[in-house]
Design a protein around this ligand. Structure first.
Ligand SMILES: *[C@@H]1O[C@H](CO)[C@@H](O)[C@H](O)[C@H]1NC(C)=O
Ligand SMILES: *[C@@H]1O[C@H](CO)[C@@H](O)[C@H](O)[C@H]1NC(C)=O
Ligand SMILES: *[C@@H]1O[C@H](CO)[C@@H](O)[C@H](O)[C@H]1NC(C)=O
Length: 236
């Protein structure tokens, strides 16, 4: 059976292993670092107009980040994202963080500008603006948080590949290309596996038929022998 050789069961297994390996390429886990791009505060919560506010940002589980530059109400502060206190926080892939903008107070509980759920999915093209009337307007950046192209669960026929959910559009593009390759390879491999199984079955069937025939012929010969013996005995 020479024609069976290229896809022997062992090779089929190897191909299957390759497929599994391809399917389990992990979605590149990118870090979703959030930086502050710009901020305007509209109030200082200060009783004494001349005293300067101490504004800070904090997410529930993180350390607080003092925004030392932010001193004046109604002036726009823009940042490069490289400041010593950046990034503000890092977001998990599918969970939000409760974050807020506060103002430190010495004699009473800290004032709250706002407190909200900061989520990767809020970022559009890596950008998210939080505005609260009379309080502040802040723009946050997170290039790896991009919501749009999101969750690609790639069915690999045998396995389900989960790729990273939120990536920049360039990353998503390359991801799409590799996903297409994975799908094509998966389909080819499954077709090969099916053909191999079919040919294997055919081969087994043929062998069985040959064995049955041989057994049948042998039976016949034995029958002849018996007949001969009977013939002999008849002559007596
Ligand atoms: C995005 O993710 C990549 C890969 O983990 C990382 O190298 C990069 O620093 C991240 N960029 C930002 C701005 O979070
Ligand atoms: C908070 O700050 C402390 C001391 O600077 C540091 O050891 C710790 O890693 C920080 N935690 C986080 C979540 O950044
Ligand atoms: C908040 O700030 C951003 C960036 O500076 C700006 O594009 C946006 O219009 C502002 N929104 C409001 C409501 O002021």
């Amino acid at each position: 059976m020479r024609w069976l050789a290229p896809i022997s069961p062992r090779r089929g297994c190897l191909l299957f292993a390759l497929l599994v390996a391809l399917c389990s390429i992990p979605g590149s886990s990118s870090s979703r670092l959030v930086t502050l791009d710009s901020i305007v505060i509209f109030t200082t919560h200060e009783w004494i107009p001349i005293s300067k506010p101490s504004v800070y940002f904090r997410c529930n589980s993180d350390n607080k980040t003092d925004l030392l530059d932010v001193k004046e109400a109604n002036s726009l502060y823009t940042f490069k994202g490289e400041e010593s206190w950046q990034p503000l926080t890092e977001l998990p892939e599918k969970k939000c963080k409760r974050c807020g903008l506060y103002e430190k107070d010495t004699f009473k509980p800290d004032d709250v500008f706002d407190e909200w759920e900061l989520c990767s999915s809020d970022f559009k093209d890596g950008k998210y603006t939080r505005f609260k009337e009379g309080q502040f307007n802040a723009t946050f950046l997170c290039p790896n948080c991009t919501a749009s192209a999101g969750t690609a669960d790639v069915p690999c026929l045998f396995l389900s590949c989960q790729s990273g959910a939120h990536e920049s559009s360039a990353e998503v593009e390359t991801k799409k290309a590799s996903v297409a390759v994975i799908i094509i390879v998966s389909v080819l491999v499954s077709v090969l596996v099916i053909i191999a199984m079919f040919l294997g079955y055919k081969y087994w069937q043929k062998r069985k038929r040959e064995r049955d025939q041989a057994r049948f012929l042998k039976l016949f010969e034995e029958g002849d022998d018996i007949e001969d013996e009977l013939g002999l005995s008849n002559e007596f």
